[in-house]
Design a protein around this ligand. Sequence first.
Ligand code: TRP
Length: 467
Amino acid sequence: MTESNTPAAAGKSVKRSAWSSKWAFILAGAASAVGLGNLWRFPYLAARYGGGMFLLTYFVLAFTVGISLLLLETALGRRTRQSVIGSFSYYNKKYRFIGVLATLVPFIITPYYCIIGGWVTRYLAAYVVGSPSAMADGGAFFTSFITSPVGSLAFMVIFMAIVFIVVGLGVQKGIEKSNLIMMPLLIAFTIGIAIFCMVQPGAWEGVKYYLVPDFSKFSPQLVIGALGQMFYSLSLAMGIMVTYGSYLDKKENLTAGVSYIAGFDLLVSFFAGIMIVPAAFMAMGSADAVAAGSGPSLMFITLPQVFVDMGAAAKVIGVLFFVLVLFAALTSAISLMEACVSIVQDGLHFSRRKAMTIVIIIVLALGFFVDGGYSFFSFIQPMGEGSSLLDLFDFVSNSVLMPIVALLTCIFVGWVIKPKELIDEVRSSSKFKLASVWSVMIKFICPVLLVIILIAFVGSSLGAFSI
Ligand code: TRP
């Protein structure tokens, strides 16, 4: 990315960043999309919701709803040449609130994302210096680590420090460079480890479960789970893709760009499933057992057991696997942090340095607070017995704010500024044969699906029904 002076909507000249090439945009979009969501969340959802059937549903949704919304966000950013708050108020000041809501999301996600990043860093360190069996003790290692205030905070701070340094180096020297190193390694490791896991004795049963759809497993819960995951994984409805679109040159092909980003994201999720679902299946014997061990414990408790069962390879696989997860978590955390910095910079007209200082203070403070949810503040159980502050942050950002922002965005584009405004933008740089399908998607299909997931998430958390 380079800095350039572009006249802003208001007429005054502001400093705007720009991608150095189409590939820098695709790499940054993929770096933000591919993260803990793909490696930690996707596999356990796939195991829980019937393997192949979930995979199929997820792919269909990602290629229809996912790509449509990705295109909407990047086209809106490029059309208005504004980051998220500006791109809504560009049309009318009264729509500014949609952008403001979207910007809340990265501030809520970044602190808890860095906490999980700290767990990953701890596991990597343990595999490098210790014996793989230390982590495979049925959860004692994991529980004692996350509830120890000093240990878990220390690793959160180490993870955050790496993120702060990269973002501090700037967009070109820090973010673009680190993506260029981490992303190709990430893709190579994912495919390599997945193939290794697939050829383990006994893995075949699990691979079949993961790949062959069983249509009797189809359920509304499965669709809702897949939709929620798709939003999170593609980093939609948080303003980040609007901002990235606004840095993109007017002549670059938008439809190809967003297809690559979604393609990378799907590829990594697919292989993450191949490496984790059959392995967990072998360790636990049945899909139900895998599903029961879902959530953080699948990666931090079940997998270490699977690695130990691999015998001599355990240490190497453990190290490679957690390097891979660390890279995925870092590239996403870096773009989350960058999103926060650019919001403060644009919104308050601060220098980048000043904006970074403020964001670091907020992220550290919230990080300490949420991490303390497992130790000092464990008496706060905001979502019922046994829940943590991390669960609350995850719920507010993913299950409440995200569908609301996405819904408002669809209504805004579909019914206020009208799809044609963005279709023209897409057509200024490439063909767009499916424009009329896209309009129907944005005006009708996406809003209906979004209302359904919003009701489902909120209703289930209030105990009205279970998903
Ligand atoms: N997509 C990321 C993942 O799969 C998580 C994420 C959600 C994110 N929103 C984001 C990353 C915004 C960067 C920016 O883990």
